[in-house]
Design a protein around this ligand. Sequence first.
Ligand code: S3P
Length: 269
Amino acid sequence: MDKLEKLRNDLDLCDEILINTLRMRSQMIQEFISCKQELGIAAVQSEEEERKKRNFNKKLADYEYRDAIMGVYDSILYYSKRIQSHELFGFNIFLIGFMGVGKSTVAKALKQVFAMDVIEMDQIIAEQNSMSISEIFDLRGEQYFRDEETNLLKSCRGKHDQIISCGGGVAMRQVNVDEMRKSGKIVLLTADPATILDRVQDSHDRPLLENNKTVEHITDLMEKRNPAYMAAADIIVNTDGKDVYRICEEIISKVKACKDAESAGQAQE
Ligand code: S3P
């Protein structure tokens, strides 16, 4: 009995060490990400994670519970990423812009690097209606689809550190822009019409481009929409010829500049 009691106490002690170590680690992660930002070093360094995992896998090579421990370590890394995204953002990021500018691709990369929750608006609306976007346009009409977008945006209120990859028409409604401003920053991604044509060429779920995939049509629609896109945007990032991680870095540094300007403004008040 004494032995059992001692083991229980030792386990308690071990757990306390674990919790305190994790707390210390979380504080280090917070400092690490702000230090990187001050030094202007890329926040996105995905090869680091692989290096750490290889190292520990090797260290635990002949331990029978290696997989279990590595599973716990995966969770630690996952929460590290979420701490980093909270430090970098702390609010929702709404990606807006014309079809094919790369909103979904950027959202996926931010999810991979910072374990952020992604709301892929088109996909969620399609799932909720059990039909494709083209079918929704055909069977229920564009107004219905636009209302679905507004309702989905409203449901993002009260949450933070999410990436919301918006459909290309979302910024056209002022009520949507007001809604986005309530819970985050609006990032406009841009690209040349020729780049867009290239990216959307093989997809068939964009009713506004289907049967009219030409640079002229894209340019025309884009010019009509640009004033609304520009008026909505807190941050603008051009994506032409850029690797997705470079786009993420640009978003991160522009969000920081935006936050710094806001706190400087508040300090002056
Ligand atoms: C639209 C863009 C599409 C989709 C729908 C309407 C638009 O989303 O929401 O086809 O009005 O620009 P993507 O921008 O993700 O292609």
